[in-house]
Write a protein that binds this ligand. Sequence first.
Ligand code: MSP
Length: 586
Amino acid sequence: MLRFVPNAIMKSCWRHAKYFRLGKLQQLLRNKLPCTLILTSRSKSYYITTPIFYVNSVPHIGHLYTATIADAACRWQKLKYPVNTSQPKLVSGTDEHGTKVMQAAVAKQENPKRYCDDLAQKFKDMMKLFDVQYHDFIRTTDERHKVAVENFWNTIHANGYIYKGNYEGWYSTSDETFVNDLDVEQVIDRDSGKVYHIFKDTGRMVEWTKETNYMFKLSELVEQVKAWVYENPNSIYPPKMRKLVLDTLDRPVGDLSVSRERTRVPWGIQVPNDPSQTIYVWMDALVNYLTAAGYPEVNNDIFKDMWPADCHIVGMDIVKFHAIYWPAFLIAAGLKLPKQIVVHSHWTVNSFKMSKSVGNVVDPFDMAKKVTPMGLRYFLLRQGVIEYNCDYKEEMVYAVLNADLANDLGNCLNRAVAKHLNPEQVYPPFHQEIFSSNPNYVSSFVASKKEFEFIDLVRNLPGIANNHALEFHFYNAIGEIMNVVRKANVIIHRNQLWTLDKSVPDQLRFLQTLLHCVYEGLRVSGILLQPFIPELAEMLLNKLSIPRQKRNMVDAERSFLEHDGKVEPLVGNPLAFDKKVLYKRL
Ligand code: MSP
């Protein structure tokens, strides 16, 4: 095959060639290391949480989404942690107390604890199936959690933030929240003519309650919470949620009832020294983040290593509890506030809110059977945008997974490791002359401008993906990675690598070098895909025989160095003998 290299491309080769002279390359490396994306020092482990899930019903894709965002963020941090140090920690769990869980147990005619055991197990099963790697799973019915909640109560009580009072107002059991008069709307049922009241935010029914209970001096702490939000611009993220919280804090905020009469809410933790009262389920639930850090042992190394939490991931419906109540509770208890609360929007299904009554709840276990757990995980992270509600359509899931995982990623890997392109089945070498300006190397088989651009693309990928990931824009990080994968595929295609004659030295060198580029693109992409689709990324990296200890951010940042012969000894490594298809077309 005769190849014609246009002048403009040759000029571009000369421009880029300086990077590939050996001396220059080593200089470049020296300048680049130590790697900018690696954490070198830190005072505590990275600690991230999911909300704890109500066990009043089985898991759905909204729950999976929250859990997957938290897992991806935690794994992204792990990429950057030096091995052999205390690793980033993800904590999840189940919220098992309160009226709505009790009602769900009664409806099933089950003992509440046994009912909770079953449901908690379902959430654990979901985590396992979708490879959500939690360090701890807190159930609010755990004894250690009860100890934490009682201590927390006693502390804020001793600090003077709790008083006994009378609460009279609206309560929404479905939302487990007290509701302001202004947020309540009267509705008349057209069929029965019955009048009832709903919470405007969620459309759920509220009931008028009048009871004696304990009040928390939230109004006294509002200014401190506001100051925290102002002084820490990233404390509530994304910015539009921060604005929403600040707007809420600008309106009058009263004290908060933090207990319920035990006769009405028997399923919960009793207020210490008062058998007539149950601790408000949200205070109980929020303390789970401390339980996981070993609270009340605040002088313990574990607590010091974990608290304050680096990030609480929450859905937009529970912002108020996390961004207002939780900081206020923590201030009252004299504890540090979390570094960040990340709020994500919700998934609708075929443009409707997911709900049992509409009958459109998407079961992650069912979907996993159809598209695999990694497929669903990929879809949620690839399509989910935390700032906006996203719509789930099953046909869209199929389209995205076929295009990205089966066609782009799977195909590229398949073609790159096929015997007819790589008969020796080893990590191919990089011949510098293909990318160099050596005037003694006369061949039409030299890299074109596009290949130089590809190298830049791969080299820049870890930094770009990191910026997106730290903003929780996983869809962008994945988009950039998949762009590299697609371009790697195009290298094979554009250069028609399968037509090269391996018995002709300059064609063989050209083939090996461009294949090396494809492998490097795949290797770096595979490393960066680990937080999103761990199992598939593992298959990919295994296939390329990338050693386990070389799958970190630092390894993604070092690319195209093999020809230096010293830095990266991958070249010549046998590929794994593994015929498994990465992702079967659906
Ligand atoms: N138990 C409380 C959280 C207590 S945290 C101290 C709770 N539980 S929940 O099971 O109702 O919701 C758990 C998470 O799932 C929340 O972050 C919620 O926003 C999220 N989602 C529930 N439905 C969702 C969608 N349709 N889409 C995305 N996330 C959704 O709230």
